[in-house]
Design a protein around this ligand. Sequence first.
Ligand code: MTE
Length: 309
Amino acid sequence: MAGRYKSDLKWSDVTPKHAWMNRRQLIAGSGALALGSIAGPAMASLAAKKTDYGADLEPNDWDAITSYNNFYEFGTDKGDPATYAHALTTDPWTVEIDGLIDNPGSYGMEDILANVTLEERIYRLRCVERWSMVVPWVGFELADLLNRVGVQPSAKYVSFETALRPDEMRGVSQNVIEWPYREGLRLDEAMHPLTIMATGLYDEPMPNQNGAPIRLVVPWKYGYKSIKSVVRISLVDQMPVTAWNTYSPREYGFYSNVNPDRDHPRWSQKFERKVGGGLFAKQIPTQLFNGYEEEVGSLYAGMDLLEDH
Ligand code: MTE
């Protein structure tokens, strides 16, 4: 994979790799990895649509995005996910969508992707640990999916769960956090147009270490809210239990909006370092809501951002 996305390659030159998602509909049997050979109109329509999101940002390269990861199910070192996440079986994959909705059920990836418009969104990602990246995600708005399953008026929150497969995830034998990894959003946060479910990056299917085949991306919150390899989405009326909040509520609030004015109890959040700049990369000031204040600030009007963190 490394180096496959080169700057001399124009977007339009890249084979629509998202074709793989529909391969079971198109080809009987398995082992169909040579996707370049089955290009066609049906495939092309699955390619990610270019958008203006993050057009001003400088994305990190493929190697940085796919080799420096947090995915504790595969170990706690930054290189563990790239080394061990290949063990995760991502096809077939189903997501249970349940709770306060009209159409609960077990949705296969092909159901989820039917009729969605995959878009490229270049977003900043700010980890609570003070490193950051810029990632060209491929995905679709979570609101599209929620609207399709029919959210009932009593739903107030959305909770998410990662797969828990001890046979494939060597990290879950250690009680780092309480497994499965869980996250949650308020319904209006989940419905916000910036909130996406990502299925790829750099126009490639999502690498396992980044949360294949489908993960949440909420760019104005610390990275841990962006839960990977999602197998359950539940619409609920109570604030859901989340992995990091359970681990240490004082350090990891439910909201976890990026906020340079609220220190983590063990470190300041005023600055960050962009991954890839080497050991002496300069510190850059962290922005409120990770730079997305204009878009999302109104969601938190009247809230004390230091208290309700
Ligand atoms: N999702 C799961 N299931 N397990 C994890 O350990 N780590 C989180 C988040 N999602 C994590 C997860 C953290 S701390 C960050 S910063 C981002 O994933 C990192 O995403 P990336 O590896 O794609 O950059």
